[in-house]
Design a protein around this ligand. Structure first.
Ligand code: ZN
Length: 149
């Protein structure tokens, strides 16, 4: 097993067992529901904005380990970012899990999120990993529902 896939396993297990920002935000500025019927992942994302900044972001829901870990790490990555920065991250993440961006080459802002490049080996898992990102993107654009179908 490569170093990256070992790290992938470890991080997924950790975030699945102990998801960060796993809570509702009362009176959140934005929220959206995401649904991945292929796997049964369901998530609700909450976003609190301060001007252009993501002041707080959280999620609740149920799903597989990958969807939960991805949502957990997404909230960590987005807190304190501007909406424009969040959009860049969403774009880079999406490109990475669909094989259009090689996290080992070129410049990007993915940081720890690069471990999700591992889902490329499991095409059915790509939607699990990207569900939370599509959902937060919808929330930031004022839409309240997203489905990966
Ligand atoms: Zn899933």
């Amino acid at each position: 097993m490569s170093e990256l896939s070992e790290l992938y396993q470890e991080v997924i297990l950790d975030h699945n067992k102990n998801p960060r920002n796993f809570r509702e935000i009362e009176n959140a500025d934005r929220h959206a529901d995401g649904n991945n019927p292929l796997c049964g992942d369901q998530i609700r994302v909450f976003v609190d904005l301060e001007g252009d900044l993501v002041k707080d972001v959280s999620f609740v829901g149920s799903g597989c380990a990958i969807s939960k870990a991805s949502a957990s790490m997404m909230t960590q990555a987005l807190k304190g970012k501007s909406k424009a920065e969040a959009e860049i991250l969403f774009d880079e993440f999406h490109k990475m899990v669909t094989g259009q961006l090689d996290p080992e080459a070129g410049e990007h802002h993915l940081g720890k999120l690069r471990i999700f490049a591992g889902v490329l080996e499991f095409p059915a898992r790509v939607k699990c990993a990207s569900l939370s990102w599509h959902t937060v993107n919808a929330a930031l654009h004022g839409e309240d529902e997203v489905s990966t179908e």
